[in-house]
Design a binder for this molecule. Structure first.
Ligand code: PNS
Length: 168
């Protein structure tokens, strides 16, 4: 078994379309556990995102600015290959409810098979954020609902712009 590296780099992968307060809470808490945290956006041609990769990278950079050991990147291909290339030994994921567990377990086990030296670490979402998802936030604002407190203010402004148009 490999010894613990002196510096621990973790990857927090995801779609972040857009980043929510749930994601941000996880970033804040995990930034205190590892030396370097790379929040990394999946370049996924199969999904039709609301925000483009450059837009999502911009939004991520804006909200992680207060955390000195957090950086933003994007990746394609296998996550374990990307993690190895970045010198990361940890993949970080959040779990909100039991419904997340099966999907996360399957991914974690697949990643362990593909890259046994990379450990997936789960953090539980805070109670206050455990119902928030990017998908629901988009649905709610798209139907005219209030999303304040679910995403950082800068992201709320971007969503309002996208759904309600400039200057509203
Ligand atoms: O926020 P999401 O959309 O639930 O994140 C999913 C993500 C990006 C973590 C997952 O799709 C992923 O890691 N994709 C990279 C491709 C890969 O490595 N697949 C095999 C392992 S499951």
């Amino acid at each position: 078994m490999a010894a613990k590296p002196v510096h621990v780099t973790a990857i927090y992968p995801g779609s972040f379309d857009p980043i929510t307060n749930g994601h941000l809470d996880l970033i804040e808490r995990s930034s205190r556990l590892v030396d370097r945290l790379i929040v990394s956006l999946l370049r996924n041609e199969n999904k039709e995102p609301l925000f483009s990769i450059p837009e999502r990278m911009d939004m991520l950079r804006e909200v992680v600015q207060p955390y000195a050991n957090v950086e933003v990147d994007c990746f394609g291909g296998l996550l374990v290959d990307y993690a190895a290339q970045k010198g990361a030994t940890v993949i970080l994921r959040g779990i909100r409810a039991v419904s997340d567990y099966e999907y996360e377990l399957q991914m974690a086990l697949m990643n362990r098979r593909l890259g046994p030296s990379i450990e997936t670490v789960f953090l539980m979402a805070s109670e206050a954020n455990s119902f928030i998802s990017s998908r629901l936030v988009k649905e709610v604002i798209g139907l005219g609902g209030n999303i304040s407190g679910m995403v950082p203010p800068a992201i709320e402004a971007r969503l309002k712009n996208r759904f309600l148009g400039e200057g509203r």
